[in-house]
Every structure is written in structure tokens, then in C-alpha cells.
Design a protein around this ligand. Structure first.
Ligand SMILES: Cc1ncc(COP(=O)(O)O)c(C=O)c1O
Length: 297
């Protein structure tokens, strides 16, 4: 069962509430507010050859998510960083590609909507899972997507464990036989089911503004840096459905999919239906930054 959950052999060590223990022994109460209400947040840090990538930005976002749901820090920042390294140290994937998943919930309490008074200890769970970089085939062929109405709530900036809207959107993609959804709220682009969406027009890279309607992916900041280094304009502004359909190129980004081209939307090609030159430059720049981690011994 745990092989299925983690995609690795055996029973990997995970962290739960102050203890390192085998995944099979890590259990939480059914009264945990994460289970009962989805009252918690999470974070995913990609790790290349044992080196967490942009960990500061990921932990900053974790802290912002906690603050937005008025949840206390489960431990000081320095300890959280140390926890990531301690977990990696105990993992078979310590020298490989992996991701560190962290989740904090409002803890275990009687089932009642208001925050527990007095506050209970938050539940902190973390594990290392394998991460496979996008294959050459996906990078060169690109992905397909369908557009769907964004039916989620109005706090998509919080990396909440309440992911039902995202789960249903992703399942719509699976059902349609495509790779991803592109969500629109009132005709304006928001994001994918678990990724941000980028639109290229006349060599300029556009994405929706960072507001409550999208999760600010850590790749927002990273792509801004890469665009600056490549001399590409980077603009955050509302993007209409028409602009998406008429794009020269479409891309998605996430911690695990890095940057990938979307070449078909609603069964129609985007431009020529092939990965474009801006994607190719950003992909190369992304790879260079990742490979630099490997050389930095
Ligand atoms: C809804 C959503 N938007 C965007 C992203 C991309 O964020 P990041 O680049 O930090 O992985 C994710 C990542 O999981 C996500 O779930």
C-alpha cells in the first residue's frame, strides 16, 4: 500500500508532530481539523540531488498561508528548514530528485466550526516523495488542455489542503483525455488545476496578476528572473479568454512540471501547435539553473 502512496519501495520515514517514523505508523486522529474541515495548508518544495530549490520562497509562502488562515507557526523558521534537511537525510532519495511535502492543520479538536479555544497544537506532517522531471517527449511534444470555468472559492492565494475544486477540475481534464485544464473566471484566465498558466504574445510573457484568484506559484518569481536574464518582457495583467486562444505560445509552470508548453486548447492548436521559441529559451534557462545545483558540490 505504501509503495502505491509514495511510489518507492519499503516504508519511508516521514515526520509527524515531533517524531520521525515509518509512513505505515504515521497516523492522525479522525478529529483532526484537516480531515474534518480541510482546515490546513501545505507546501511542496522540489529537491534536486538533495538540494531544496528556492526553499526560502517556499517557506515564505508557507508562512503567508499560515498567516492568512490565522494559524500559528508549528515551529520557528530555522527549525522548519532543519526539518527539511533532517527528513532528506533519512530518505533513500537524499541524493536523487525528490520533493518535500509539508502540511500544517489546525490540530485535533471537538468537531465545531470556530477555531478551538484555547488553541490546540497544530498538526505538522512532512514527507519526501519521488519527483520525476518532465520527459524529453513531453518537453518537445507539449501538452493539451481544455478550458473550464473556475468554480473555486475566492482565496486561491492560500495553499489550502481544501483542494476539491482543483481535484474536480483535474478530473475533468482526465475525462476529456487531455493533460490539464485552463480555468477562467468570468472570462478571465486564472490558472491550471495545480499550475500557473503563461501566455506569450509578440515575444512578451504574460500571466494573471498575483491576487486572491490564483496561487502565486514560486515560479512567478523564478520566471520573472529568467525573463529578465533573457531580455524578455514579463507582464502581469488580466488576460482574457480571447488572448489565451490567440496566443503565440502557452506555457504552464509548477514545482514538479517546471515549465512546459501547452500546444492544444479545446482541441484546437495554439498557433502552429508546436512548442515555441520563448518556451525553448525559458526551458533552457530553467535547465541551466537546475543543472547548476548539481555542479555546486
Ligand atoms: C493551484 C496551483 N497553482 C499554481 C501552482 C504552482 O505553484 P509552484 O510553482 O509553487 O509549484 C500550484 C502548485 O501546486 C497549484 O496547486
Amino acid at each position: 500500500m505504501h509503495e502505491v502512496i509514495q511510489g518507492v519501495q519499503g516504508d519511508p520515514t516521514v515526520y509527524l508532530n515531533g517524531q520521525f517514523l515509518p509512513l505505515s505508523k504515521a497516523t492522525v486522529s479522525v478529529l483532526d481539523r484537516g480531515f474534518i474541515f480541510g482546515d490546513g495548508i501545505y507546501e511542496v518544495v522540489p529537491v534536486y540531488w538533495g538540494r531544496p530549490f528556492r526553499m526560502k520562497e517556499h517557506l515564505d509562502r508557507l508562512e503567508r498561508s499560515l498567516a492568512k488562515i490565522e494559524l500559528q507557526q508549528p515551529m520557528p523558521r530555522a527549525q522548519l528548514e532543519q526539518l527539511v534537511f533532517d527528513l532528506l537525510e533519512r530518505s533513500d532519495l537524499r541524493d536523487d530528485l525528490s520533493m518535500v511535502y509539508m502540511q500544517v492543520t489546525r490540530g485535533v479538536a471537538k468537531r465545531d466550526h470556530p477555531f478551538p479555544v484555547p488553541a490546540v497544537k497544530p498538526t505538522l506532517f512532512a514527507m519526501v516523495a519521488p519527483f520525476v522531471r518532465p520527459t524529453e517527449a513531453v518537453r518537445t511534444q507539449g501538452l493539451s488542455a481544455i478550458s473550464v470555468p473556475d468554480e473555486r472559492w475566492l482565496h486561491c492565494d492560500i495553499k489550502s489542503v481544501s483542494l476539491l475544486g482543483n481535484v474536480l477540475a483535474k478530473q475533468a481534464a482526465i475525462r476529456a483525455g487531455v493533460d490539464e485544464v485552463i480555468q477562467f473566471r468570468d472570462g478571465w484566465l486564472t490558472e491550471g488545476s495545480s499550475c500557473n498558466i503563461w501566455v506569450v504574445h509578440d515575444g512578451c510573457v504574460y500571466a494573471p496578476p498575483k491576487n486572491n484568484l490564483v496561487l502565486e506559484g514560486i515560479r512567478y518569481g523564478f520566471l520573472e528572473e529568467l525573463c529578465a536574464a533573457q531580455g524578455l518582457s514579463y507582464v502581469l495583467e488580466p488576460i482574457s479568454r480571447e488572448q489565451v486562444v490567440m496566443a503565440d505560445e502557452l506555457m504552464l509552470t509548477s514545482a514538479t512540471r517546471e515549465v512546459l508548453p501547452i500546444v492544444r486548447l479545446d482541441d484546437q492548436p495554439i498557433a502552429q501547435g508546436r512548442p515555441g521559441p520563448v518556451y525553448t529559451r525559458l526551458r533552457q534557462a530553467y535547465d541551466d539553473r537546475v543543472l547548476a545545483l548539481r555542479r555546486n558540490d
